[in-house]
Design a protein around this ligand. Structure first.
Ligand code: 6PG
Length: 469
């Protein structure tokens, strides 16, 4: 290989970085990678498919000088200050019009700052969400780039080649201006948190209340995944129940401590939703329930103190199974509704011009929240790209109308059984509030005016009013 002959460079050869790079090579691009962990750089080539052009190097400058111009350099390093360190290391090596891509889960405000910082130096900075995990990175992820359009035009060919495909359409598109790429990925993860929470609550009912064993749980989720509710998360859930633990004679799922980790994207979604403000209660609840899970010792103490007895469900099991299916289906739609409504609002509030129809289109494949529902949402946004909430689409409405009674049933059933179902209940309350012509918020306004002279609006006249209560 001559100097300046590589199409793409990667900084950070952890599994994600390495697999994305190898995916590019599989599609005919010549790629070069650097990692400060020398062993990762030297082993890179051994993972490459035969006939592909892949090179690992031990210094950043070696990598940069072998890239074609404008240079396309992506980093997949932990979000936070490390991204800035890498940018600073790159600065003396790159030149005008080069493109630096951050493919990690960075906070969008950091991305905004970095865009500004590099804009002055005439270097394009692209905040890009990548979803699909390690396997997706190698075989076809969903890719969410944002930032300046010039950079997108340069990257389009490579990104389209490596992305997942649905009906031959690549699961990558320009998400919008500024930090739109990372913003969309953040909300993707918020929705991911919410759906995972819902599935875990249904699992709880099935296991602790209905007494299903792991094989039965596998069968239930497998069947559900084969039907209208088909999704990646249901697919992996059904598989999880079969996995044997190699250190005991139990299933692995039963050996895993019930404390959830998180890297922050779900919390960021909630925080930013509150700033906008847009209600995303099921995402909020998903974050809160992961948080409560961490207080294991306190939960153990409290369970001794209150001694909760799970009420078993013994009758009408088939009927309840169907209700759990339909209720989960409705609640899942309500998670997407919240996340997409947030993107709609953020698009204008934060000046990102996010195209919702492209967002749902590229989420149909490759990403963690891919599901058959995304096809319906794509049609909805094609019909009306400015739809503020997918619940206002007629087709979605007719589906929700059919499934909501089941959600109502399973929320009351789980409450009666003492199974915590905060995610399911929040989704239902979101729905009930969103389609209530009247809310009790008139009373809140009266209270605010009573104690704080905050004023209120009237239903029969324009203006702001205050009363001496
Ligand atoms: C994806 C995932 C990915 C990652 C999450 C996990 O789309 O591929 O969302 O980005 O697995 O960040 O997040 P938590 O560790 O916060 O659950």
């Amino acid at each position: 290989m001559e100097t300046s002959s590589f199409d793409f460079g990667m900084i950070g050869l952890g599994v994600m970085g390495r697999n994305l790079l190898l995916n590019m090579a599989d599609h005919g691009f010549s790629v070069i990678g650097f990692d400060k962990d020398l062993s990762k750089a030297t082993s890179l080539e051994s993972f490459a498919s035969p006939g592909t052009t892949v090179k690992g190097v031990s210094t950043l400058s070696e990598m940069v000088k072998q890239l074609k111009r404008p240079r396309k350099i992506m980093m997949l390093v932990p979000a936070g200050p490390i991204v800035d360190y890498v940018i600073n290391d790159l600065l003396p090596l790159v030149e005008e019009n080069d493109i630096i891509i951050d493919g990690g889960n960075s906070h969008y405000t950091d991305t905004l700052n970095r865009i500004k910082f590099l804009e002055d130096k005439k270097i394009h900075f692209v905040g890009m969400g990548v979803s699909g995990g390690e396997h997706g990175a190698r075989t076809g992820p969903s890719i969410m780039p944002g930032g300046d359009v010039e950079a997108w035009k340069e990257l389009k060919q490579i990104l389209e080649a490596i992305s997942a495909k649905v009906n031959n359409e690549p699961c990558v598109a320009y998400m919008g201006k500024n930090a739109a790429g990372h913003y969309v990925k953040m909300v993707h993860n918020g929705i991911e948190y919410a759906i995972m929470q819902l599935i875990s609550e249904v699992y709880d009912v099935l296991k602790r209340s209905m007494g299903l064993n792991n094989d039965e749980l596998h069968e239930v989720f497998k069947k559900w995944n084969e039907g209208e509710m088909n999704s990646f998360l249901l697919e992996i859930t059904s598989g999880i129940f079969l996995k044997k633990d190699d250190q005991s004679n139990k299933r692995l799922v039963d050996m895993i401590l019930d404390k959830a980790g998180s890297k922050g994207t779900g919390k960021w979604t909630s925080q930013d939703a509150m700033n906008l403000p847009v209600p995303v209660p099921t995402i909020d609840m998903a974050v809160a329930m992961r948080d409560i899970s961490v207080y294991k010792d306190e939960r153990v103490n409290a369970s001794t103190l209150y001694n909760p007895k799970i009420k078993p469900i013994t009758k009408n099991k088939e009927k309840i199974l169907q209700q759990l299916h339909d209720g989960l289906y409705a609640a899942t739609i309500l998670c997407y509704a919240q996340g997409l409504a947030m993107l709609h609002k953020a698009s204008s509030e934060l000046n990102m011009d996010i195209s919702l129809k492209d967002v749902v289109r590229i989420w149909r494949g490759g990403c963690i929240i891919r599901s058959s529902l995304l096809e319906m949402f794509t049609t909805a946004f094609k019909k009306n790209s400015q739809l503020p909430n997918i619940l206002l689409n007629k087709k979605v409405a007719s589906l929700i109308k059919k499934k909501i009674p089941a959600l109502r049933k399973i929320v009351s059933l789980s409450t009666a059984s003492r199974i915590p179902a905060a995610g399911l209940a929040s989704a239902l309350s979101y729905f009930d509030a969103y389609c209530s012509e009247n809310l009790p918020t008139n009373l809140i306004q009266a209270q605010r005016d009573y104690f704080g002279a905050h004023t209120y609006q009237r239903i029969d006249q324009e203006g702001n009013f205050h009363t001496e209560w």
